[in-house]
Design a protein around this ligand. Structure first.
Ligand code: FE
Ligand code: FE
Ligand code: ZN
Length: 282
């Protein structure tokens, strides 16, 4: 079963997102837990959650992949920004429990001049402060393109963060095809090799979700510019192979392409039409 969806606006609540997803042909989706640029979060309505959880079950949705706000930087050189990020993360962990057993994806952070080692320690410290044994949410580190002082563009960096996290069963990884490519991982020419490398360094069992994007830039650009599927340097065929790869095909795939509804629906339908049955695979 292909689980595929896109980023949806959370402004009208959970049930509205569920219905929106279904209208686009999606059976998973991503959403910002709060304003992506700010810190405020709307109160959650239990009635909305109850209605959504029912819809979720009836329509066999796959794991949701919530996204932390971009303003969350757990390894900023500014202690106030680090604290702001930790407070958002802690609050988001409470909010995520309204929809139990889902994924919460975040950008590990930018060390803003402190160095990768210090950044990694601060990210892990924050996770160790906030993750709780009783939480059902799995927190995903997103692999990054390596723009500026971003941490997490190398598999080794993701591994170092995970190594320092105490509650390892609460942590996973989300890989983004645009970020992989721009970080220098050749998913077009050598998907097999990239996945072998990830397995060796991080472990494929930690890979819980994929972001499916084309890229405006050539490999190793470190710029993080998403493109519509088939209009960038990765191309449709390589992305179709990603969704069909035996190690990936059961994961939730989230489109983060610069689209409106119509474009998302078309991309979802494209990947569905190219998704193989077990018997006849590419
Ligand atoms: Fe992201
Ligand atoms: Fe992404
Ligand atoms: Zn990106």
């Amino acid at each position: 079963m292909l689980y595929i969806g896109c980023h949806l606006s959370a402004s009208k609540g959970y049930l509205a997102m569920g219905r929106h997803a279904l209208a686009l042909g999606a059976n998973t989706f991503a959403f910002f837990t709060r304003n992506p640029r700010g810190g405020s979060a709307k109160p959650i309505s239990q009635a909305d959650i109850d209605a959504f959880n029912k819809l979720y079950t009836v329509h066999n949705f796959g794991k949701l992949v919530a996204h932390a706000p971009y303003t969350m930087n757990l390894c900023s050189s500014d202690p106030a920004i680090r604290e702001f990020g930790r407070n958002m993360l802690a609050d988001d962990m409470v909010r995520m429990e309204y929809t139990p057993y889902q994924y919460y994806n975040f950008h590990p952070g930018s060390h803003t001049g402190q160095g990768i080692e210090t950044g990694i320690e601060q990210i892990a410290d924050a996770l160790n402060m906030i993750l709780k044994p009783e939480q059902t949410t799995t927190v995903l580190l997103e692999g990054m393109a390596g723009k500026g002082s971003e941490i997490g563009s190398r598999f080794e960096e993701l591994r170092s963060i995970i190594d320092r996290v105490e509650l390892k069963e609460k942590i996973g990884v989300c890989l983004d095809t645009c970020h992989l490519w721009e970080a220098g991982y050749d998913i077009v020419g050598n998907l097999e090799g990239v996945l072998e490398e990830f397995d060796r360094i991080v472990g494929l069992k930690r890979l819980k979700a994929m972001h499916l994007n084309d890229s405006k830039n050539p490999i190793s650009a470190h710029k993080d510019r998403h493109e519509l599927i088939g209009f960038g340097c990765i191309g449709t065929e390589a992305l179709v192979k990603v969704t069909n790869h035996p190690a990936l095909r059961d994961l939730p795939f989230i489109l983060e392409t610069p689209n409106e509804d119509e474009g998302y629906a078309a991309e979802i339908s494209l990947f569905r039409s190219r998704y193989c049955n077990e018997e006849e695979c590419v």
